[in-house]
Ligand binder design. Structure first.
Ligand SMILES: O=C1O[C@H](COP(=O)(O)O)[C@@H](O)[C@H](O)[C@H]1O
Length: 229
């Protein structure tokens, strides 16, 4: 479902409230919650607001929906973004599981990311997603050679390596099947361009040209998109 927000603050407030409620519910029922977040340019203000939310952070495990194959202190590292803007204040007490420890070893990073995901004692409470102007979400990029694998319901591992045809850096991304295993999916988007992409991706059937469509047009996992102009 697409929720149209009238201010950026409304978009942030609704996403933070929804995430905090979902985390609190898993903490109450299972003792812990697991949140996977995205990177890119969009989520900085959202991360800062989430870090200040009344969440039982010591009981939260944070990981990444996707990562670029760059050193952990690189300007394009999604982990660096999380460390700078989300793992602050009380939220620094969360357990953080990054995906890249050695940017020269793609296969090793993917193996370790899959092992640490599988070692989680529970499914993802929620995945917080972004969407590119090309319709990619996580790092499921249109035109990537690995996209059919990432979209396959039979792909058995949580993460895979993806080489985007036009964006910088090799990526590590959750697969579509792994995303659909989350308790809920939340998408944060803004701008008229992304609203138009979202509208095109909502037209059935979903196609690999706009991977976000596979999340919009499914009914297995609750999916909510929050948009602000
Ligand atoms: O490359 C990426 O892009 C998407 C969208 O980023 P945005 O800055 O346009 O919101 C992001 O969700 C993903 O995590 C990131 O690796």
């Amino acid at each position: 479902m697409l929720h149209l927000c009238t201010t950026p603050q409304e978009q942030i407030d609704r996403l933070v409230r929804t995430l905090a409620d979902a985390l609190a519910q898993d903490i109450a029922q299972q003792g812990r919650a697991v949140l996977a977040v995205s990177g890119g340019r969009s989520p900085i203000a959202l991360f800062q607001a989430l870090a200040r939310a009344p969440i039982d952070w010591p009981r939260v495990t944070l990981t990444l929906v996707d990562e670029r194959l760059v050193p952990p202190d690189h300007a394009d590292s999604n982990a660096a973004l999380v460390r700078a803007h989300l793992l602050t204040g009380a939220a620094a007490q969360a357990q953080f599981l990054p995906l890249v420890d050695d940017a020269s070893d793609l296969a090793g990073c993917v193996d370790r990311a899959n092992a640490q995901f599988r070692a989680l004692a529970q499914p993802l409470t929620a995945a917080l997603l972004g969407m590119g102007d090309d319709g990619h979400t996580a790092s499921l990029f249109p035109g990537a050679a690995e996209l059919p694998l990432g979209l396959s319901p039979d792909y058995a591992l949580p993460y895979l390596a993806v080489t985007p045809p036009h964006a910088a850096h090799t990526r590590i991304s959750l697969s579509l099947a792994a995303l659909l295993g989350a308790g809920r999916l939340l998408l944060s988007i803004s701008g008229e361009t992304k609203r138009a992409v979202y509208a095109r991706a909502s037209e059935p059937p979903p196609t690999p040209h706009l991977p976000i469509g596979y999340l919009i047009q499914q009914s297995k996992t609750p999916f909510d998109a929050y948009w602000f102009a």
